[in-house]
Ligand binder design. Structure first.
Ligand SMILES: CC(C)(COP(=O)(O)OP(=O)(O)OC[C@H]1O[C@@H](n2cnc3c(N)ncnc32)[C@H](O)[C@@H]1OP(=O)(O)O)[C@@H](O)C(=O)NCCC(=O)NCCS
Length: 206
């Protein structure tokens, strides 16, 4: 089951279906969502809304959190308790040697992860994102489409890189910091800020 039936959750279903097209691996039960998902959009996918996220503890099935916001992913994972989430890697993504993906990691189509990379729980690597050699990504990190994370970069827990952002080699981005779309990180960034621009500068506290 996928937690979150919005746009990102349905993209995660794409990954489940693409994996199954190569090798049947999952039987998709449906979505959990605390809101009112768009019934037409789910029907077009042949998917059902099983109920709210409180059901996560009771249903005996693998899960992934299909929610773009890292803080919300963290809350859902905490509500799930000790249960380990599934790892999803789109068949059109590539992972090199010596890559570790923790439970709940999602890697979308076109993403590239090279070598000696560690990625923490429930981190999402979206379409066409690059994570180069020797990087360390914490938990609940979000790499938006098209980001370029060069070698030996550290992204602490909860970091968001906006669409098309670039992190130059060896930089560290502190816990919970958001980097705006299109920004280029050339210096280390502290925890808990929003940074934008080229070069990326701290704009405000989060
Ligand atoms: C950086 C970001 C988090 C800022 O959000 P925010 O604090 O709500 O910012 P606002 O929209 O209120 O804009 C505040 C100012 O920052 C500027 N700004 C916003 N995003 C910017 C960006 N990416 N680069 C440069 N400037 C940006 C705005 O133009 C505005 O400037 P002004 O004060 O001179 O008018 C957001 O704009 C962003 O880039 N998010 C990433 C979204 C994304 O890629 N999501 C992926 C979905 S898959």
């Amino acid at each position: 089951m996928i937690v979150g039936a919005g746009g990102h959750g349905r993209e995660v279903l794409d990954i489940v279906e693409a994996v199954n097209a190569v090798r049947p691996a999952w039987r998709f039960l449906g979505f959990l969502d605390d809101g009112t998902p768009d019934a037409d959009r789910l029907a077009r996918r042949g998917a059902v809304h099983l109920g709210d996220t409180a059901m996560l503890r009771d249903l005996d099935a693998d899960y992934v959190v299909g929610i773009g916001d890292g803080d919300t992913r963290r809350r859902v994972a905490e509500a799930a308790g000790d249960r380990a989430a599934a790892v999803l890697v789109h068949p059109l993504a590539s992972c090199g040697a010596d890559v570790e993906l923790a439970p709940g990691v999602m890697v979308a189509a076109g993403a590239r992860i090279t070598t000696n990379v560690r990625i923490g729980r429930h981190t999402h690597v979206n379409c066409n994102a690059l994570v180069s050699h020797d990087c360390r990504l914490g938990e609940f990190v979000t790499l938006s489409p098209g980001v370029l994370v060069n070698g030996t970069v550290t992204l602490d827990d909860g970091v968001l890189l906006g669409t098309g952002a670039i992190v130059t080699p060896g930089r560290t981005v502190g816990r919970g910091t958001w980097v705006g779309a299109g920004a280029v990180v050339v210096d280390d960034l502290p925890a808990g800020v929003v940074a934008t621009g080229v070069p990326a500068r701290v704009r405000r506290e989060r």
